[in-house]
Design a protein around this ligand. Structure first.
Ligand SMILES: [Zn+2]
Length: 140
């Protein structure tokens, strides 16, 4: 039987979020890799901006990252986005929003990826790598 793991179309928005949030790291890793250039990630950006084959370019990028020595590929970057804490909008409930929780979350302005960012007092709002605009503030 075919193994469905890698063959299934990956959830593109999750991997796109990794690109959106870690573009500079990914570019640096690609330049240091055997290919020596950021072509694979630039093609992902171009596809995302122009409505091209995002899933296809993402899986190429993923494979290139793996080939350059990172067995997790793009999924390794996804881990760093804090997906283990707080993606579940725990603050949104009928009982009201806790005072200690953020009232806003910042989302990808292009709406193309699953990136989100919690406000931090000491950090400026990051930019979306795909649309080159600041993340969009959304009320919880
Ligand atoms: Zn984005």
């Amino acid at each position: 039987m075919a193994d469905g793991g890698e063959a299934a179309a990956p959830d593109g928005v999750q991997r796109l979020a990794a690109v959106c949030a870690h573009l500079e790291e990914i570019r640096a890793d690609l330049r240091e890799g055997p290919g020596g250039d950021g072509g694979p990630v630039e093609r992902v950006l171009a596809a995302a901006r122009n409505g091209g084959d995002v899933a296809g370019t993402l899986s190429v990028l993923h494979a290139v990252l793996q080939a350059s020595g990172d067995p997790l590929g793009l999924d390794g970057y996804t881990d760093h986005t804090g997906s283990t804490r707080g993606l579940q909008p725990a603050g949104i409930s009928n009982t009201g929003i806790s005072n200690t929780r953020a009232e806003f979350v910042y989302l990808c302005p292009a709406g193309r990826c699953a990136r989100y960012w919690w406000p931090q007092a000491t950090a400026p709002v990051p930019q979306c790598a795909i649309s080159s605009t600041v993340l969009r503030r959304e009320r919880l």
